[in-house]
Design a protein around this ligand. Structure first.
Ligand code: THU
Length: 161
């Protein structure tokens, strides 16, 4: 063996009412967005909101389709909408919530969203604070999104922008 490669992972659990107002505002926006979920197939509603450096909040919700793989998670709807509408305004924080009262530890972004969020963080060069909540549960907080995907795909440098 040449070396052992290890990665550590850190989350904080907060009582919602002890979070700073900016986090509560982002969570509330994500809960509102949850109501616009189009989820007739899974019947699982997800809302996601991102805060940009300018203070603008962009929201998304999961959007499904009868051709199932064509649907998109709430996080990617929000991240891509922010990228498309505010390409020069970095994302400083993001929240993802569901109205389902499942254990919050079982509610973290899927692999595809992790890859998308990681690349957003990489390219803007500044961390994205990430909040997760199910119903009115305690809130899980990550200082960045890259740690969700300790190994990720990155195109060779000569193909990168
Ligand atoms: N979903 C999200 O929108 N975000 C997540 O973090 C997990 C799953 C959506 C995808 C699909 O529309 C539904 O929830 C059930 O998987």
């Amino acid at each position: 063996m040449i070396q052992r490669i290890e990665r550590s992972f850190h989350l904080e659990e907060w009582r919602a009412d002890e979070l700073p107002p900016s986090d509560l505002e982002l969570l509330q926006s994500a809960h509102n967005a949850c109501q616009s979920a189009y989820s007739p197939y899974s019947k699982f509603n997800v809302g996601s909101s991102v805060r940009l450096a300018s203070g603008t909040i962009v929201a998304g919700s999961n959007q499904e389709n009868s051709a199932y793989p064509s649907g998109l998670c709430a996080e990617r709807v929000a991240f891509f909408a922010a990228g498309a509408q505010h390409p020069d305004d970095p994302i400083v924080a993001a929240a993802v919530v569901t109205d389902s009262t499942m254990p919050v530890l079982d509610f973290s972004p899927c692999g595809g969203c992790r890859q998308v969020m990681l690349e957003t963080e990489d390219r803007q060069g500044a961390p994205i604070r990430f909040l997760m909540q199910t119903g009115a549960s305690n809130v899980l907080v990550s200082a960045n999104v890259s740690q969700f995907l300790p190994l990720s795909f990155k195109l060779p440098a000569h193909r990168n922008p």
